[in-house]
Design a protein around this ligand. Structure first.
Ligand code: ANZ
Length: 814
């Protein structure tokens, strides 16, 4: 271990680091916390060392958007937790990189600036200052020398460079497309930013508009983005959200011939087994073949989308029909907005008996509903339908396929159609290319020039960054604000030198955050986005902390950029191209039953609490509030309990030290359990074990100096200021964070186990052995995970848990 310590730190520890002299009777956090924060920073204690021989540990928080409102205690939760992990890893001998920066571009800064009649840059810099100060108050071990700001030209230089790289590779392109337009924000939105037809930010109804826009070809990586999820240590819930978003469907294209025409209409279906029940087909209003039916399009285009609960509109195309290739019956063609253009072929065969959207449509327009799948066979007892029967079953009324199971029916019907070249199996993805252009001011300009002769010309790399002009009217009008700056707009063509115009759109801010984790490895580099060797050393991120709200967009975009530039050989870290190996979604903090947020007016500010109780108490309460991955209700009084605990620690360390070197099983066990709890990211139970330990120590006459030291180290990730102060009072010259995480004596603990009967509704189903210091929480969670018990609990609601210490845990289920 020793050899890993950077020399600079080893050789001296400043005199100001001396613990307050004499025996302090009272725990006074305010007098010690600021001092330690200053010392840590001055001594560069948390500076991450490029290419150290120590194993690296890259611990990343999703970087904040610096709003004008500052941090509340809900935001603190994640930062405290990532700090505990970083400090723990440092004590385990790792070379830890724990950086911080600002996701500073984007609509909110622009909107706030409009509201406050200032410039987004002024606004954001002020907000950053507040955030920086507040994050410092957490006392987190952050390497501030790596701070980044996405709105700074030194950063967006490389965002623009990345755009050029994708452009050269054909992964960034422009096309005319119907796009989501928010009339209130006056900008285009990505599909992902439209929730239930409404703008994610302002809840206005989103409309469709034909515009030429820039896209990134994320769909080219759909298969990899899906498959590589399997190898990631991420919460299952987040993986599922990503899988559903990518939405891989294995289905069939089926041709429906039009009588007297050689051009059939092709539909995409995942349920070929229901073909005999297709009683009409539906075309999306955006489909080219319906373009002439203008008056309908006028109405339908506004609400293109396939939502189940939306009132469906539709028109029939008179005079034309198609032939159902299964039973050769003629069926009508409808146009409706419940079919989206950019999925499958934009045409769907409607099977009202087995698809809920078709069922509702058929009911509304009085179309035949023909049941062709039944839950049972050979004696079909088909339910009377008041909604679609969507499950698989057995085919009925399906000619020679009658009686087959759905899965066999799908295969056989497709095989039969294939003989006549009427069907083809395909894989379809729900994922669409990422629309990245925005008609807004506060973002990175897209580095493209338009020349009359040469068309679209990329800005030469040597001319980057293309800086945002400052003298722009940035209020949204629907056209890009950059158009109002003649100086910005007018330029010359890099190819011919003639008059040309710059692209005036800016990039979606998700582009900035799709690569920031790379920049932290070499944030000051002026020649490159980052030194390749440094990226190879630091990446991938070992532990990524952030809220579930980023489970889809940010993570998907970041994974895409990483895969794309890996393919372009810009990065080549580790064995794969996944940027975040392990992800932890932190639960949200609620107050009075609602998620803490300024707009709801239920915000608790850390500032007052720090003044009253100190940072360490607030840290402790943030960690103690509940399991870290679950939402938790803020109890105003909760923090004083932690404060009293810290007072108790303080007192214990005032008095009792002896030379008694006898091994103490209770302390040994606590070391083991706290270590395990940190590894499992359960800081709340780790702290409760520490509390139990101090109840024990309080009763004990003396504590040996060596145990006292181990205990201080054990406390240090949670309560770093208090720990360094106690450490110093023990006469040490260096920070406790340069020490080594304590080990425990396995032999001493081994024989201290207890047997617990695990019961379901009072009946013993399993006998498990636990460490006799294991808390109820651990016994409960480990029992739930045991294979036998988890089978009983599957899909069941636990009404009550009865726990008899040292003997029984009984799960009362429905
Ligand atoms: C007939 C059918 C019968 C369908 C049935 C479903 C159930 P997933 O699985 O999500 O990929 N579909 C096809 N193209 C569409 C479009 N452009 N807009 C809206 N819906 C479309 O969904 C595939 C199903 O979505 C397809 O299978 C099709 O309806 C519908 F009992 O075909 B199905």
């Amino acid at each position: 271990m020793e050899k890993y310590y950077p020399k600079k730190i080893e050789k001296k520890w400043p005199s100001s680091a001396k613990a307050t002299e004499g025996k302090l009777k009272k725990y006074e956090p305010l007098s010690i916390e600021k001092k330690w924060q200053q010392i840590w920073e001055r001594e560069n204690l948390y500076k991450a060392e490029d290419f150290s021989e120590r194993p690296k540990f890259y611990c990343l928080d999703m970087f904040p958007y610096p709003s004008g409102e500052g941090l509340h205690v809900g935001h603190w939760r994640g930062y405290v937790l990532s700090d505990v992990i970083s400090r723990y890893q440092m004590l385990k001998g790792k070379n830890v990189l724990h950086p911080m920066g600002w996701d500073a571009f984007g609509l909110p800064a622009e909107n706030a600036a409009i509201k406050n009649k200032s410039h987004p840059k002024v606004f954001i810099n002020r907000a950053i200052e507040v955030f920086r100060k507040q994050i410092r108050q957490i006392g987190a071990m952050i390497d501030w020398s790596r701070e980044i700001n996405t709105s700074d030209p030194s950063y967006y230089h490389w965002t623009q460079w990345l755009f050029l790289k994708l452009y050269q590779a054909g992964l960034a392109y422009r096309k005319k497309a119907p796009v989501n337009w928010c009339p209130s924000c006056q900008t285009v939105l990505a599909n992902e930013q439209v929730i239930g037809g409404l703008c994610e930010r302002c809840n206005s109804t989103v409309v469709k508009k034909e515009l030429t826009q820039w896209f990134f070809k994320i769909t080219e990586f759909a298969e990899d983005l899906l498959n590589d999820l399997a190898g990631l240590d991420w919460p299952e819930r987040t993986k599922t959200l990503q899988r559903n978003w990518i939405g891989k469907s294995e289905g069939t294209l089926i041709k429906f011939p039009i009588p007297n025409s050689q051009f059939p209409i092709e539909v995409f279906t995942t349920r070929a087994d229901t073909l005999f029940g297709a009683t009409y087909i539906v075309i999306s209003p955006g489909h080219p073949i319906v373009e002439e039916i203008d008056d309908y399009i006028g109405k339908a285009k506004k609400i293109d989308g396939a939502e189940i609960d939306k009132e469906k509109t539709g028109v029939i195309i008179e005079g034309v029909s198609v032939i159902n290739p299964a039973n050769k019956e003629r069926i009508p063609i409808w146009i409706s907005d419940y079919i989206v253009m950019d999925y499958g072929t934009g045409v769907c065969m409607a099977v009202p008996a087995h698809d809920q959207r078709d069922f509702e449509f058929a009911q509304k327009f009085n179309l035949p509903i023909k049941m062709v799948i039944c839950p049972n066979y050979p004696e079909p007892k088909c339910p009377i339908l008041d909604k679609a029967f969507v499950d698989d079953g057995f085919l009925i009324e399906s000619g020679k396929f009658t009686g087959l199971k759905s899965s066999d029916g799908r295969e056989k019907i497709v095989k039969e159609l294939q003989k006549e070249n009427l069907a083809r199996k395909i894989v379809s993805f729900r994922l669409r290319d990422w629309l990245i252009s925005r008609q807004r001011y506060w973002g990175a300009p897209i580095p493209i020039i338009y020349c009359e002769e040469h068309g679209e010309v990329p800005v030469p790399e040597k001319d980057l960054p293309i800086k945002l002009p400052e003298d722009v009217e940035f209020k949204p009008t629907g056209v890009s604000p950059l158009k109002s700056s003649e100086e910005f707009l007018n330029t010359t063509c890099p190819k011919c030198g003639k008059q040309a115009k710059r692209e005036s759109d800016t990039m979606d801010t998700f582009v900035d955050s799709a690569w920031y984790y790379l920049r932290y490895s070499d944030p000051q580099n002026k020649q490159e986005y980052a030194d390749k060797e440094k990226v190879r050393y630091w990446l991938p991120v070992d532990f990524y902390f952030g809220g579930i709200e980023h489970a889809i967009l940010h993570l998907l975009y970041a994974r895409f950029i990483s895969k794309a530039i890996h393919q372009l050989k810009i990065i080549d870290f580790a064995s794969n191209d996944e940027p975040f190996q392990k992800l932890f979604n932190i639960g949200m903090v609620y107050l009075h039953g609602a998620k803490m947020s300024k707009s709801k007016g239920n915000v608790v500010s850390p500032d007052e609490l720090i003044k009253k109780y100190g940072t360490d108490s607030l840290r402790g309460y943030e960690l103690f509030i509940g399991p870290a991955d679950q939402d938790a209700e803020w109890q105003i009084a909760g923090i004083s309990g932690i404060y009293r605990f810290l007072e108790k620690i303080w007192q214990v360390f005032q008095e009792k030290f002896g030379n008694d070197d006898d091994k103490d099983p209770v302390i040994e066990k606590t070391i083991k359990i706290v270590t395990e709890e940190i590894e499992l990211i359960r800081p709340n139970t780790a702290i409760s074990h520490l509390m139990e330990l101090f109840n024990y120590l309080k009763k004990k006459k003396t504590i040996s100096v060596s145990y006292a030291q181990k205990i201080i180290i054990l406390l240090s990730p949670f309560f770093p200021h208090l720990a360094d102060e106690l450490w110093q009072k023990q006469g040490h010259k260096k920070s406790v964070f340069l020490e080594k995480w304590p080990e425990y004596d396995e032999d001493l603990i081994k024989h201290q186990s207890i047997i617990i009967a695990v019961q379901i509704n009072g009946k013993t189903k399993e006998i498990l052995e636990f460490d006799n210091a294991a808390s109820q929480e651990i016994i409960e969670s480990k029992s739930k995970q045991s294979p036998k018990i988890s089978r009983y609990l599957q899909d069941k609601k636990i009404k009550k848990v009865i726990f008899i210490t040292g003997r029984v845990i009984n799960f009362v289920i429905e």
